[in-house]
Design a protein around this ligand. Structure first.
Ligand code: ARG
Length: 708
């Protein structure tokens, strides 16, 4: 037994001058015997053995002309052993043995290991949990320092660090996203001279950008879907020729223009198992990448630790975490897991999350923090700050806020972010972190960027099925349940009023149409309204009602349209315009009743935010929306409860400005609207599906009875 391979050329030498050595395995026991990729689905034993053998011999004959072919013995019971590309990753006299994802193929590992050992290769194994499928998922880009590694279906992202360490090459992980292209060699084929044919749609966005960054446009060709589906990218490059199952004339002409001979050899019998030319071969004299730099390349996969606690199993946090990570192209390892044993027990999980770039890791980490994860870094780093270089523009990579209480680490202390709201940036104003809208950023402001030194407090809500009333996630709609919910809301409101807290109301014109105006007035009188936020319409309809008894021309008392009613609302708008403002109209006696009359008399502030469809508008309506947003935000400051009454537009605006912890009641006759407004990923909100006029009536009655 010779320990040294007879004719391996060692690790150096120009690629194209060397005759390739290729490993193949005769298809004596080939067949589709299980389904581990979508090509195999429905194809169990559809292959015709004689035809498969003929096609394999065809490929073998072509390659024997162009290269030196070696064989590994076929074995019964391992039908995919023919796909020698998956034996391992060879470089020089080293091989990293595959560790297959599926048990069906794990049975091939000892055979391939035997062959490599007998043929003088230094064999390295992957750590036990790390799946890796050899040259099916790891391909050198010719004349470059890079090894591209596919992950997502078979090979684990973590394999990149092992390869990097063992072979000392720069590994570029590429995320595969189309399960038909489950191995990198099904959609990506580097060719002699630094050329590349590939199918971009098989990769995630980040990976497409990585490829474009590393292979110049003139040297890469994106194949058509048709070529991709006939496995054109699963080609064997022998230096001078490209051998493949099939190619369109378009692809053929590209390859020819690059100086390659194109050899077609039909392999449909192997397509049934999801493989073609390249899968059936493994290059054995793979040189070390020529352009590899001398200094050791950095590990491609970075990781961070994050912990989740609470009822994370019941409330869906854990499954959301498990979604976020792969969607961000990352992966995880559970370092510790302590599930709650009894119903009321909390669970705890400590995870090590990894991603293929610093950017990807940071983006993923921020999403995990927003789900309530606590960063578990050995040494916590302070929040990073970048100085804004333009007015109204945040530095790239700015940290964007959520509704949840947030802390940032500055000079060794965690400081609570002030004026918490979502979709803002955090500015350090005299050392204090404050939320600020991007449009309000000023050049020279110190803005937090990245994800270091940021902690988000997502409330750990209790399980869904507690008996006591709580502000709940699902809509309250039945009559009895509306009454029960109102009981609790009334109690809560009265408490806030007694403690001098603020209750802010957001209301749409439906409040007036449904006859809710007088009931809301009762609430103003009772001291339950600290501010009212709305648009032009609610005021127009209320004032029209005060003057004519109609709302949009409909007599509210009788529910019928009145003659000439269509011009009531613009006549009223005109009256208010003449008076100068709603307040002036009240003072001069033009308006003698109604909700806005009451607000003015009780000195309750209101803000009307305009929109494109407004009639008039009233002189009070702010048509400058930036100003309107500012005014809304001012009136919302310190609110403990917000009641949203049938106005989707203004309610969404308000939701964006409001931190978690503020109780939100959203009332709408449309369940979808009520639920949408209340859906803030926390339990502070209650959607109530009912007629808003009716709701106001029972609420006012309840509050009056509470006060006796
Ligand atoms: N049936 C095999 C599998 O699913 C096909 C392998 C094809 N090999 C390849 N390098 N793409 O694993």
């Amino acid at each position: 037994m010779s320990r040294k391979p007879k004719s391996l050329p060692g690790t150096a030498g120009p690629t194209n001058a060397t005759r390739h050595q290729i490993l193949m395995c005769p298809p004596d026991f080939y067949g589709v015997e299980y389904v581990i990729n979508p090509w195999m689905d429905g194809n169990i034993h559809r292959e015709v053995a004689t035809k498969a053998r003929r096609q394999w011999r065809g490929l073998h004959a072509v390659l024997s002309d162009l290269a030196e072919v070696k064989l590994v013995d076929p074995r019964k019971g391992v039908p995919d052993l023919v796909f020698t590309a998956n034996a391992g990753l060879v470089m020089g006299d080293q091989v990293i043995l595959s560790h297959f994802r599926h048990p069906e193929r794990q049975r091939e590992e000892p055979h391939f290991r035997d062959w490599f050992e007998k043929n003088g290769f230094k064999v390295t194994e992957m750590p036990s949990g790390t799946h890796f499928e050899g040259a099916g998922d790891a391909l050198f880009l010719r004349d470059s320092p890079y090894l591209f590694m596919g992950y997502g279906f078979r090979t684990a992202l973590e394999a990149a660090n092992v390869i990097n360490e063992v072979l000392q090459v720069e590994v570029v992980p590429l995320g595969l996203v189309d399960e038909r292209f489950y191995h990198l060699d099904t959609c990506f084929c580097p060719l002699t001279g630094g050329y590349l044919i590939y199918y971009p749609k098989a990769f995630d966005e980040r990976s497409r950008a990585e490829i474009e960054r590393r292979v110049p446009a003139a040297k890469r060709h994106a194949v058509s879907e048709r070529d991709a589906l006939s496995f054109a990218c699963n080609a064997v490059d022998t230096g001078a020729a490209v051998v493949l199952n099939d190619a369109t004339p378009e692809l053929e002409s590209v390859l020819k223009s690059w100086g390659f001979e194109v050899v077609r050899t039909p392999l449909d019998q192997f397509l049934l198992a999801g493989g073609a030319a390249k899968c059936l071969t493994l290059r054995l004299n793979e040189p070390r990448p020529t352009a590899a730099s001398r200094k050791a390349p950095a590990a491609p996969i970075l990781s961070r630790r994050v912990e989740f606690r609470g009822h994370i199993l019941d409330n869906g946090t854990l499954s959301r975490v498990m979604d976020v990570i792969p969607n961000a192209g990352g992966t995880y390892r559970v370092a510790e897991f302590a599930p709650g044993v009894r119903k009321d027990d909390e669970s705890r999980i400590l995870m090590e999350v990894s991603a293929p770039s610093e950017r990807a890791l940071e983006g993923m980490f921020l999403q995990l923090l927003a789900l309530g994860g606590n960063p578990q870094e050995e040494r916590l780093s302070s929040a990073q700050v970048v100085v804004a270089d333009l007015d109204g523009v945040a530095p790239e990579n700015f940290y964007s806020t959520t509704i949840y209480a947030t802390e940032v680490l500055i000079d060794g202390t965690w400081r609570r972010v002030e004026k918490q709201r979502m979709d803002a940036v955090v500015v350090l104003a005299e050392g204090r972190p404050v939320c600020r809208l991007i449009r309000d950023v000023r050049r020279g402001d110190r803005i937090i960027v990245g994800s270091d030194g940021i902690r988000i407090h997502v409330p750990r809500e209790a399980g869904e099925d507690q008996n006591e009333f709580k502000f709940m996630g699902s809509a309250v709609s039945s009559e009895r349940r509306v009454e029960a919910a109102v009981d609790h809301i009334a109690w809560e409101m009265d408490r806030i009023r007694q403690q001098g807290g603020r209750i802010v109301w957001v209301a749409g014109p439906v409040v007036i149409h449904t006859g809710g105006g007088p009931h809301l007035e009762r609430l103003v009188r009772g001291g339950y309204v600290s501010a009212l936020l709305g648009g032009n319409a609610i005021a127009v309809h209320d004032l029209e009602h005060a003057v004519y008894g109609t709302s949009l021309g409909v007599d509210l008392a009788r529910g019928v349209p009145v003659g000439g009613g269509h011009r009531h609302h613009i006549t009223v708008i005109n009256m208010i315009r003449r008076a100068g403002s709603i307040a002036r109209a009240v003072e001069t006696g033009v308006i003698k009743s109604g909700l806005f009359h009451r607000l003015v008399k009780s000195k309750i502030p209101y803000c009307l935010a305009g929109s494109i469809r407004d009639d008039g508008p009233l002189p009070d309506t702010l048509m400058d929306l930036v100003r309107a947003q500012e005014e809304y935000a001012r009136l919302l400051e310190g609110a403990e409860m917000i009641v949203m009454l049938s106005s989707m537009l203004h309610s969404i605006g308000v939701g964006n400005m409001t931190p978690a912890g503020v109780k939100i009641i959203s009332v709408d006759i449309n369940p979808a609207v009520a639920t949408k407004l209340a859906d803030r990923g926390s339990t502070d909100s209650t959607p109530i599906v009912t007629d808003v006029g009716l709701f106001l009536n029972i609420l006012a009655r309840k509050l009056e009875s509470l006060r006796g």
